[in-house]
Design a protein around this ligand. Structure first.
Ligand code: 5GP
Ligand code: ZN
Length: 119
């Protein structure tokens, strides 16, 4: 199945294409991981599919194996940053949940203690 056409102004598609710079820490055939521009923890990495989907649910419906690839990439990032299996993975979905970029992305947060529930 081919991915839906990406909006021309999607910043994460531009990062995948190398059109805007990012500190890439991990890449696979289906995923790219790079450091968040505005980190909320000592490790704050975004793992995104190369294909454009608006959110994790749309990605899971169309390319379920890629969701597993994102989690595998997140695991590799957490290991590389020495997080010792202590980290948080987050898919914000919808503006009310804090989603601001509408290209599916998995946040990897770690390197400090965290509280629950999140704000
Ligand atoms: P959301 O709020 O949609 O869950 O997460 C979007 C994340 O993307 C935010 O944490 C924000 O700091 C990050 N971000 C937005 N624009 C850029 C960018 O151009 N480069 C990088 N590296 N991160 C970005
Ligand atoms: Zn995109």
């Amino acid at each position: 199945m081919s991915a839906p056409e990406a909006p021309a102004d999607c910043i994460f598609c531009k990062i995948v294409a190398g059109e805007i710079p990012a500190t890439v820490v991990h890449e696979s055939e289906t995923a790219v991981a790079f450091r968040d521009l505005n980190p909320q923890a000592p490790t704050h990495v975004l793992v995104i599919p190369r294909s454009h989907y608006e959110n994790a649910a749309a990605l899971a419906a169309a390319e379920p194996a890629t969701v597993a690839d994102l989690v595998a990439a997140a695991t590799a990032v957490a290991e590389a940053d020495g997080l010792d299996e202590q980290y948080r993975l987050v898919f914000n979905t919808g503006a009310a949940a804090g989603q601001t970029v509408f290209h599916a992305h998995l946040h990897v947060l770690g390197g400090r203690s965290m509280t629950w529930p999140p704000g």
